[in-house]
Design a protein around this ligand. Structure first.
Ligand SMILES: Nc1ncnc2c1ncn2[C@@H]1O[C@H](COP(=O)(O)OP(=O)(O)OP(=O)(O)O)[C@@H](O)[C@H]1O
Length: 509
């Protein structure tokens, strides 16, 4: 009997120990700690009431005894820990570890263009040298000749290293996570020098707005970092007045008038001479006649103009303009161009995204071409034109109904030619200056095109023709369609196939 009793006691003891341990561990869960504390208080009260009938006073004051001491200690400790964790996350204390962990992910650019590689090395080197002492100079008069008159009072002191870009994207990348992960930007290395406009070009969805959102702190980078005025900044620090941003969609209060909007942003940016700055901004952007109109009632183009004007106000060293000229008439685009030039003259760095290639040509010292989130080229626009779009566009008229036969003749003599349009007896094609034909680089000069046309006239298929240099738009299309595959003699290039497919269906109709 005694043996039986002792063997039953051992598992009971073990169960009690386990229960006690689990009880203490579960106290780390605030829900359990709170619930269990309330249960203890209720148990204590009920027990005291029952035993009081037998003359026993077992009541314990919860605040004077250790009845719920462990529960309270656990709640305070866990609450404090969660508060500190929350603050640490808010202030990006873990960014360094998260980035170095994520940098191991597959965000590498497969093949790099020479200029892109050079830019990457330059940005990496300056990021490495960042901690070394640099020669500093002071920029006063940062908005010279433009909307901010505070410089007259000598209060502007911006410290910028002449060796440094105003801003740098150091391996900046962003992946959108959802049902499927989408890499919107792949490890971008790009510096924005002071006193220059850099244009960011690319087709829809190439990653331009994502770049702007990362630079402005609107989005957090999946990998890489942003360097502003020579120091790495977190997305929270980005918003400390170093950036003026004109986003793709107009960020205006519809109930404020144009003047009130400008005054509001002047105050937000600490501009002292508000009236003077507002007056000059209205004048520069040709907005005087709308000054008392509410933003909500402005036309789309004027809203855009106001949004851009706001971005140029103040003295932030970096100006980000995301498609500022969309929906604007030529006169308004000229105002924006004037604003960009004034900002560059004041040694501010401008990053401009646009689909109006002419704007990029006029304003940008160099263009960064993005494709599928990767930087594919970085050069002055004329050089890009040379590389991606340089060529000769021939519009030819064939004998009646002979356009298809003429095209076959062109392809036989110049396999690098790309069909752009074909209608009954007219034909338009591009002869690129440089093309890769079956693994060989073919260079075509103007004289070669004339020789080709003379030969075609000899076959009596060609009636007459006009010859033009290719346009910026052509360059953009060529760049967007470009792939590493080579053109084979029997296969028209992608853009030509698309056009001829469309044309065939039109002809069939
Ligand atoms: N919130 C989001 N969630 C998931 N994917 C997104 C989100 N925002 C953008 N993307 C994707 O990221 C990629 C880049 O988008 P982004 O807006 O940067 O392109 P963009 O170059 O600015 O295009 P556009 O010229 O049309 O403005 C696109 O493939 C887009 O579908």
């Amino acid at each position: 009997m005694a043996t039986l009793h002792s063997t039953a006691a051992i598992p009971r003891q073990a169960t009690d120990n386990a229960r006690w341990t689990l009880h203490k561990v579960f106290l780390l869960s605030p829900q359990f700690a709170l619930g269990d504390a309330l249960l203890e208080i209720a148990k204590n009260t009920v027990q005291a009431q029952v035993l009081s009938r037998f003359g026993m006073d077992t009541y314990k004051n919860p605040f004077e005894t250790d009845l719920i001491l462990y529960h309270c200690v656990a709640l305070v400790l866990v609450g404090l820990f969660m508060l500190l964790l929350n603050l640490a996350i808010e202030y990006n204390c873990f960014d360094h570890w998260i980035c170095s962990w994520r940098n191991r992910a597959v965000l590498n650019v497969e093949m790099e263009d020479l200029e892109v590689a050079a830019e990457r090395k330059r940005v990496e080197a300056s990021a490495r040298d960042r901690d070394r002492p640099v020669t500093l100079h002071t920029i006063g008069n940062i908005n010279a000749g433009f909307v901010d008159t505070e410089s007259k009072k000598g209060s502007i002191k911006q410290i910028v290293s002449p060796m440094c870009d105003v801003a740098q994207c150091v391996g900046l990348g962003r992946t959108y996570r959802g049902v499927t992960s989408r890499i919107a930007l792949k490890s971008l290395y790009l510096g924005i020098p002071p006193g220059q406009c850099t244009a960011l070009l690319g087709q829809n969805g190439a990653g331009k707005s994502t770049t702007f959102a990362l630079l402005s702190g609107e989005l957090r980078a999946t990998c890489g970092r942003v360097v502003l005025n020579g120091s790495a900044v977190t997305s929270r620090q980005i918003c400390s007045g170093l950036i003026s941003y004109c986003p793709q969609s107009d960020a205006l209060d519809p109930l404020l008038t144009v003047t009130q909007t400008l005054q509001f942003y002047c105050r937000l940016r600490g501009i002292a001479d508000v009236n003077e700055v507002v007056k000059r901004t209205l004048q520069t952007f040709d907005l005087r006649k709308y000054s008392r109109q509410r933003c909500g009632t402005l036309s789309g183009g004027n809203r855009r103009k106001l949004c851009t004007a706001v971005a140029f106000m103040g003295r932030a060293p970096l100006v980000l303009l995301d498609e500022p000229t969309s929906g604007m008439d030529p006169g308004s685009r000229w105002c924006v161009a004037r604003g960009v030039r004034a900002a560059c003259a004041a040694r501010r760095g401008v990053l401009l995204s646009t689909h109006a290639l002419e704007d990029a040509r006029v304003l940008a010292s160099r263009v960064a071409l993005l494709r599928d989130g990767a930087l594919c080229a970085l050069a002055p626009l004329d050089q890009c034109l040379q590389r991606f779009g340089s060529g000769h566009v021939v519009s030819a008229r064939a004998e009646r109904g002979g356009a298809a036969r003429l095209w076959l003749e062109v392809r036989a003599r110049a396999p690098q030619a790309q069909l752009q349009a074909m209608h009954h007896n007219t034909l338009q094609f591009l002869v690129p200056t440089k093309a890769n034909v079956e693994g060989k680089e073919v260079v075509t000069q103007l004289s070669d095109v004339f020789r080709l046309l003379a030969a075609l006239q000899g076959t009596a298929e060609l009636d007459d023709y006009t010859l033009n240099a290719s346009s910026l738009d052509q360059m953009f299309l060529n760049f967007s369609d470009r792939s590493d595959r080579t053109i084979t003699a029997d296969e028209p290039p992608m853009s030509a196939r698309r056009n001829s497919d469309q044309l065939e269906s039109v002809t069939a109709l």
